[in-house]
Design a protein around this ligand. Structure first.
Ligand code: FAQ
Length: 356
């Protein structure tokens, strides 16, 4: 039987309860609470076996279904970091809306930045199905406790950066996110289908900007090359630490949340993108880059993981600026949230009075 009840959530390392933080969680099946054999994590072995069999059979896990606490926690972590990345990711490009070189470019850029905000909304919605509130996740971001993608801590000093973001950053995002359309958790997988369609348009508009610059004046070509020089390595870092250093990949692959490892996706991205750079007539800034015919892959030079760790610790070129911008936007939007809540409460009261 499906039930709807208010739960107090206690997941490892986090607590959600009390006051406004209480969640409505749909359909934690009654069977979940029946006494049975329990594993080391205190979970019912029969439920765990059933869950694992469903994962193995490629069935989607839905919010109402029983799931191990660690699976839920991993999804909340990944989906919320992803949602934060989308909304922080609006900032480097938003920086160019007022200065786009034509009305057409301006309208395309406005639409793209707006799409990223929409992606954040779908993803916060998907995270909420796991029993955490969007307000709580946003608070963690604004308090500097939550991660978002390292890539959005780099500056956009020229128009070519907007091309490079669309081409490389959206390109890397698609490479990482197409497999997430097959993620074992239904709401995340479904959100990713729509997001990937939009990201694919974003990637093409970025490449189109690069193409125009690469075929333009000498100064425009230099600008395009400079943007590629600055965005190449941070784009490779977007895929996360190498497989040997990645804490979560092995378990996430077993749970079919991730379908490929970080290094596998990074390699696919390099193989896909190097020919695109050649077509533009631009040089990938890696003296060790070469085609390995035997492996049918590009070999590339070492990634500066120290730079990656510094950005994750908050010491990237724009970390402080990005968080300050998000905090200011949150404060400036307070009256909108309050007005929307008051409006909803008034309508709910009117509907309740009419039904009485
Ligand atoms: N930046 O063990 P792993 C976009 C963290 S959206 C910061 O490998 P996992 C659209 C990781 O969280 C871009 N932190 O972790 C757009 C973990 O930390 P924790 C975002 C990173 O989860 C375009 C620790 O390092 N995309 O671009 C990064 O298995 C243009 C250990 O790492 C997604 O979020 C990083 N780059 O794999 C918007 C996709 N990499 O939690 C605007 C979904 C790793 O233990 C404009 N996410 N970390 O403290 C994923 O696929 C995965 O979460 C990975 C990381 C692959 C990012």
């Amino acid at each position: 039987m499906i039930v709807i009840r208010i739960i107090t959530c206690h997941y490892p390392g986090r607590q959600w309860h009390g006051g406004g933080a209480c969640m409505y969680t749909q359909g934690l099946n009654e069977a979940a609470s029946k006494a049975g054999a329990h594993d080391a994590a205190g979970e019912d072995s029969a439920l765990l076996q059933r869950f694992e069999a469903r994962i193995e059979a490629e069935e989607k896990i839905e919010p109402k279904d029983w799931m191990p606490a660690a699976y839920r926690q991993t999804l909340i972590r990944q989906i919320s970091q992803h949602a934060h990345s989308e909304i922080v990711g609006m900032l480097p490009e938003g920086n160019w809306i007022t200065r786009a070189p034509s009305l057409l470019r301006k309208s395309i850029l406005i639409a793209k930045v707006q799409d990223e905000g929409g992606h954040g909304a779908y993803l916060y919605g998907a995270a909420e199905t796991l029993g955490v509130s969007r307000a709580e996740l946003i608070d963690q971001l604004l308090a500097g406790q939550a991660k978002y993608s390292s890539i959005f801590n780099y500056p956009t000093p020229t128009w070519a950066d907007i091309g490079a973001i669309g081409w490389l950053v959206d390109g890397a995002a698609i490479m990482n996110q197409i497999p997430l359309c097959r993620c074992s958790y239904g709401p995340y997988a479904r959100a990713m289908i729509r997001i990937c369609r939009e990201e694919s348009f974003h990637q093409r508009q970025g490449y189109d900007i690069m193409l125009k610059l690469a075929r333009g004046s000498g100064e425009q070509r230099r600008m395009a090359q400079d943007a590629l020089d600055r965005w190449w390595w941070p784009s490779l870092m977007m895929f996360g630490p190498s497989d040997t250093a990645s804490q979560h990949t092995a378990q996430s692959v077993r749970w079919k949340i991730k379908r490929f490892t970080n290094d596998e996706l990074r390699q696919k991205f390099v193989d896909f993108t190097v020919p695109q750079a050649k077509f533009l007539g631009l040089n990938v800034p890696d003296s060790e880059l070469r085609w390995d015919a035997a492996a049918a892959q590009h070999r590339f030079g070492p990634i500066d993981w120290n730079e990656f760790q510094q950005v994750l610790k908050g010491h990237g070129p724009c970390n402080r600026e990005r968080l300050a911008a998000r905090r200011a936007a949150h404060e400036q939007g307070r009256w909108v949230r309050e007005a929307a809540s008051a409006y909803a409460a008034r309508h709910a009261a009117a509907a309740a009075a009419a039904a009485a």
